[in-house]
Design a protein around this ligand. Structure first.
Ligand code: SAM
Length: 286
């Protein structure tokens, strides 16, 4: 990270890339047991949350990511009731999941309560559903939590984690995937933030496909979408399922969704599944 009092910059030396956002003030800084959390006031993008030097979200553009991590997988599942979120401590994803009236129970397991404390103070709009009676917020290691989860106990698992380093590294491993596979019902689905197609096709994305298949997932499909603050601005989320093709989803329900979104709609869902030529052969099920 390049320190400058007017700009926050996240630099990826090994990609020759850097991303900057103009800031006016640092609002928060905390070294928790797990990671370093910073919050800035920006000049044009609202507030900015950073964990271990990496952009997590800004007030102005987080809707794209949170909507794409929630709605495609929930409209792909035939009738989602019980949802588990691993990570997601800023609670923006939780708010989107709870918009689905058919959901009966959402458990969110983030390793670091400091993230949710910071979100409550600086991003209250993301936490507006935290007191929904269907929501349970736990603070634990997602790897450990999945190990103890009973088989066939959830419909959808959403992994909204930091990059596969530090505390999140285990969330990209085959042992974790096997535990997710076991915890999901037969028509269960998972989705995981899967980094950038243009930066990570041959690394993180390829490895994720490998461990999902090794864990027994028959179907794997990647959605791509823009995230201004993430490296390259081109991001992805990868779904995995035990049976049905992931390119089939409840189009009529998605087209008549009973809640507002700013990015997701039935056409965006279809478009996000399109496979760029350079990813053909990797995104094999689409
Ligand atoms: N959208 C962001 C991204 O793509 O980098 C992620 C946002 S969310 C703030 C990431 C969360 O993952 C953090 O709150 C962090 O505490 C959590 N996390 C990291 N490792 C974890 C683990 N092993 N178990 C549970 N949560 C974890």
């Amino acid at each position: 990270m390049i320190a400058d009092k007017h700009w926050f910059t996240e630099a990826l030396e090994d990609e020759g890339l850097a991303f900057s956002m103009k800031i006016s003030k640092k609002l928060h800084e905390e070294q928790t047991e797990f990671q370093r959390i910073e919050v800035y006031q920006t000049t044009h993008w609202g507030r900015l949350m950073v964990i271990d030097g990496c952009v997590m979200l800004s007030s102005r553009d987080n809707f794209v990511y949170h909507e794409m991590m929630a709605h495609p997988v929930l409209y792909t599942h035939p009738n989602p009731k019980r949802v588990l979120i691993i990570g997601g401590g800023d609670c923006g994803l939780l708010r989107e999941v709870l918009k689905h009236p058919g959901i009966s129970q959402v458990t969110q397991v983030d390793i670091d309560e400091g993230v949710t404390r910071a979100a409550r103070e600086y991003f209250p709009e993301l936490c507006e559903s935290n007191d929904d009676p269907r929501a349970t917020l736990l603070f634990d290691d997602g790897v450990k939590y999945l190990q103890d989860l009973p088989a066939q106990s959830v419909d959808v698992v959403i992994v909204d984690s930091t990059d596969p380093v530090g505390p999140a590294a285990g969330l990209f491993g085959v042992g974790f995937m096997r535990d997710v596979h076991r915890a999901l019902r037969e028509d269960g689905l998972m989705i995981q933030q899967s980094e950038s197609p243009i930066l990570h096709r041959d690394s993180i994305l390829k490895e994720l496909y490998g461990v999902m298949r090794e864990a027994g997932f028959a179907q794997v499909a990647t959605l791509s979408f823009p995230v201004v603050g993430y490296p390259s601005g081109w991001w992805s989320a990868t779904m995995a399922g035990k049976g049905a093709k992931l390119t089939e989803y409840r189009e009529a329900d998605a087209a008549t969704k009973p809640f507002a979104t700013e990015y997701y709609n039935v056409d965006i869902h279809r478009g996000a599944l399109a496979v760029p030529e350079f990813c053909k052969g990797l995104f094999t099920d689409q």
